[in-house]
Design a protein around this ligand. Structure first.
Ligand code: LHQ
Length: 261
């Protein structure tokens, strides 16, 4: 049994580790099938309230493995549309559709779909020394797994185009300065900070955090009035949930809130 996807289960959160360090955690179809399964299991576990995604070794994820999945066979070139739709894009969809806040700790190079997986997460921390590379152009491909969606929204059209068309690497510090990610952290402190953040989210108001994911997913394509309606509806739901009652009580009693799971 291969352990190219390693899951560490903590009391209220899980860490999913891409674990193929000798290939900088490049992914292939079987590995992505196991990653999708790990995401589904976490989603279905009521005790799990947050996720942390990271990579083993000196890389985060070097994107699609340039191996058998993408090598031309007797029937001609590989069907990359099918490969992307079935595997890579499902990872992105599940992270974005998840009820769980997902933290990503980019410990090293994040290339191609690997960078996209990181950008699909809710809060991205990267080592200052990590590298984000839109590697697609170097092998004659186009951005996928949401790269063109995420980059245009985070760094803007001008930087997105240049990153995609040139394939230049940017480091974690630059990614943070450009607004691509939340924060760059000294490598030695990355995992401790990412774990603390994930634990903090796991002890947060889970339903409200899930509603925030819904809200931020809708925001870019909504007009102000539609977004105000959505915020009001989700606030109505939050106001009827036990977390709000506990939050207000804790404030009045001058103690930290203990949000129910
Ligand atoms: C790898 C890989 C790799 C295999 C490093 N595969 N071995 C595509 C198609 C279909 C559907 C959906 O989506 C996609 C999306 C994509 O992801 S396309 C982009 C695919 N990825 C790449 O093109 C990245 C290729 N890798 C690189 O450019 C470099 O390795 C990076 C910039 C990631 C890191 O460079 P270095 O730090 O200099 O490391 P390295 O190149 O020496 O790599 C270390 C080892 O990892 C090496 O193996 P070796 O046996 O020589 O030590 C590499 O061959 C292996 N490796 N990426 N994607």
């Amino acid at each position: 049994m291969t352990d190219d996807i390693r899951v560490e289960t903590h009391e209220s959160w899980r860490k999913i580790v891409l674990n193929r360090p000798e290939k900088l955690n490049a992914v292939n179809a079987p590995m992505l099938t196991r990653l999708l399964a790990a995401l589904d299991v976490a989603e279905a576990d009521p005790s799990c309230r947050a996720l942390l995604l990271t990579g083993e070794g000196r890389g985060f994820c070097a994107g699609q493995e340039l191996g058998p999945d993408v090598t031309p066979g007797p029937n001609g070139p590989p069907d990359l549309e099918h490969l992307a739709t079935t595997y890579h894009h499902e990872v992105v969809r599940r992270i974005r559709a998840s009820r769980l806040p997902v933290v990503c700790a980019v410990n090293g190079v994040a290339a191609g779909a690997g960078a996209s997986f990181a950008l699909a997460c809710d809060i991205v921390l990267a080592a200052t020394t990590a590298r984000f590379v839109q590697a697609f152009v170097k092998i004659g491909l186009v951005p996928d797994s949401g790269a063109s969606f995420f980059l245009t929204r985070t760094v803007g059209d001008a930087r997105a185009r240049a990153l995609a068309m040139l394939g230049d690497a940017i480091d974690g510090t630059t990614a943070a300065a450009w607004g691509m990610i939340w924060k760059a952290v000294e490598p030695a402190g990355l995992m401790a900070e990412a774990e603390a953040l994930t634990a903090q989210l796991a002890s947060g108001p889970s339903a409200a955090l899930a509603a925030m994911k819904q809200m931020f997913a809708a925001a870019p394509s909504n007009d102000l009035h539609t977004q105000l309606d959505l915020e009001a509806r989700l606030q109505g739901i939050a106001g009827r949930a036990p977390a709000f009652a506990e939050g207000v009580r804790a404030f009045q009693e001058k103690r930290p809130p203990v949000f129910p799971s």
